[in-house]
Design a protein around this ligand. Structure first.
Ligand SMILES: Nc1ncnc2c1ncn2[C@@H]1O[C@H](COP(=O)(O)OP(=O)(O)OP(=O)(O)O)[C@@H](O)[C@H]1O
Ligand SMILES: [Mg+2]
Length: 320
């Protein structure tokens, strides 16, 4: 999607470019120097524990909040300008839909705000709202409301879609339907950034995963790569007098820790590690092998000593 016919080289058009992005709320440093580039056409998942700074980052991209430092560019424009042109569609984590209007009326009203909206009927069809077009918004179920919020995000026919936990409160089927719709929209060459707590969603629907913790990006890569890191397994066993360095040297083991008579092995390949451990130390007992949960993976990827002075837990409210 080159913007200028005069550009000399085929440029990688950055859909979104965040540079040194920083935002605090009082003493809470919600976003602490985030650098991120998302290419046009890419679908990126933003993962991270409560309070990681995902919604704040999204609000900064949508121009709903101003950074204390750093810059946001959306297709080369400041957020406010990009929003005005209908280049960004947003689906927020919170926010009400206007009451006492029908679904069709709400979507039509939002469409009227933008220069080149999609036809309302097309949006109703795309988001599976045809049968609900005449329903008043306050009568909708939670899942149906989410559909309307998605419709509001896409009606401007934006090039960038920013979705903050779009499938929260959806059942399995609704979730699946949502992603099918999102995929259909993304396949029109759209750039998509979505925040989620579900690793499976990120894995399945994103080209790339950006993991945030404590206001920073702690991992950024293709979902396969992040999954491999997140997919670490841990072996715990009782093994008195073990030597950490010897355990670390076992095949399939990335780190070893001694806790009294217990050992904790973080493994890249737990099957291989377990065989090697038992071959070497047949007396190892009380063996447990566990997959690292997301929480554990976050800790693993966040590392230690990154300064958690603002370890607030997750309220999502952002001044709008
Ligand atoms: N308007 C605000 N005033 C004060 N603190 C805020 C405000 N908005 C966000 N915060 C704080 O900033 C930090 C980051 O919040 P943010 O909503 O960005 O996290 P998140 O990653 O979206 O979390 P969640 O997964 O819970 O939605 C949190 O500690 C939060 O309490
Ligand atoms: Mg959030």
């Amino acid at each position: 999607m080159p913007h200028s016919p005069t550009s000399l080289a085929p440029q990688i058009t950055a859909g979104v470019r965040l540079h040194g992005l920083t935002k605090s709320f009082g003493t809470v440093r919600a976003v602490r120097g985030v650098d991120l580039s998302i290419a046009a056409g890419e679908t990126v998942a933003l993962l991270g524990p409560n309070g990681a700074g995902k919604s704040t980052t999204i609000d900064l991209i949508l121009g709903l909040a101003r950074p204390d430092a750093g810059t946001v560019e959306v297709f080369g424009l400041p957020p406010a300008e990009a929003v005005k042109r209908g280049a960004i569609g947003g689906m927020l984590q919170t926010g009400q839909i206007i009451r006492d209007l029908t679904v069709r009326e709400v979507i039509t009203m939002v469409a009227s705000l933008y220069p080149e909206p999609l036809p309302v009927d097309e949006v109703l069809a795309l988001t599976g709202l045809e049968d609900l077009a005449g329903r008043r918004t306050q009568k909708l179920s939670g899942g149906e409301t989410q559909k309307v919020r998605f419709a509001i995000a896409v009606v401007a026919n934006p090039d960038l879609l920013v979705l903050d936990e779009p499938t929260v409160a959806l059942d399995v089927e609704a979730r699946h339907n949502f992603w099918t719709t999102m995929r259909a929209f993304a396949s029109r060459g759209k750039t998509v950034l979505f925040a989620t707590h579900y690793l499976e969603e990120a894995d399945e629907y994103a080209d790339r995963i950006v993991l945030m913790a404590h206001g920073r990006v702690v991992a950024d890569g293709p979902s396969t790569e992040i999954k491999a890191r997140v997919g670490l397994r841990t072996i715990r066993a009782t093994l008195p007098d073990a030597v950490a360095s010897e355990l670390t040297a076992l095949p399939g083991v990335s780190t070893a820790e001694i806790r009294g008579d217990a050992i904790v092995l973080r493994c890249t390949d737990s099957d291989q590690a377990l065989r090697a451990l038992l071959a070497r130390d047949p007396s190892a007992c009380d063996i447990e092998v566990r997959g690292a949960g997301l929480e554990e993976a976050f800790l693993e990827l966040t590392g230690n000593g990154d300064g958690r002075e603002n370890d607030e837990d997750g309220t999502d409210e952002v001044a709008r």
